[in-house]
Design a protein around this ligand. Structure first.
Ligand SMILES: [Zn+2]
Length: 167
């Protein structure tokens, strides 16, 4: 079996292109690129294979390629891929878009402890969350990856990810 993304003739694994029940056979290297949460650590040499696979007629492959270009922030290639509306919607339902990152790009998880890096007036609560304040046990906002929920002075408030730093 050859990899649906890079066409390497090697051992492949079934990869489900979520949220659909549809899978493609890909090699371990391509899989590691899809699973890599940090865009800085992507293997850009290996991912040159996308220049070929972006023209695949398999929509599941198109979706995966589109998501990888999005992760690479390659706007040119994203613009060159003319996906059908339905395929584009599928491509955008990417779990990795739900990743929350702090001010330094570090991935945040539920239960993390963070430090506030800038004084934040808390609307409605009548106090300022001071720079340097530690907030324990944050929860990630499911609908907005720029926000986490944390408790300050016993009040649950939303914090902007760009104003916090993971400890
Ligand atoms: Zn591959």
């Amino acid at each position: 079996m050859s990899c649906a993304i890079c066409s390497a003739d090697t051992k492949t694994t079934k990869y489900q292109v979520k949220p659909k029940e549809c899978s493609i056979d890909i090699c371990d290297i391509c899989l590691s690129q899809i699973d890599q949460p940090d865009p800085q650590k992507l293997d850009t040499d290996h991912l040159r294979c996308l220049d070929n696979s972006m023209w695949s007629e398999n929509v599941a492959v198109q979706v995966v390629v589109y998501r990888l270009f999005a992760k690479l922030s390659d706007q040119d290639k994203l613009g060159m891929m003319y996906l059908e509306d339905e395929t584009l919607n599928w491509a955008k339902q990417d779990e990795s878009h739900d990743i929350h990152k702090d001010a330094h790009g570090v991935v945040l998880n539920n239960g993390d402890t963070v430090t506030i890096i800038k004084d934040l007036p808390v609307k409605g609560a009548g106090f300022v969350a001071k720079q340097g304040l530690v907030v324990k046990n944050i929860s990630l906002d499911k609908s907005d990856n720029s926000l986490v929920l944390g408790k300050i002075n016993g009040t649950a408030i939303y914090l902007k990810c760009s104003f916090i730093k993971k400890r």
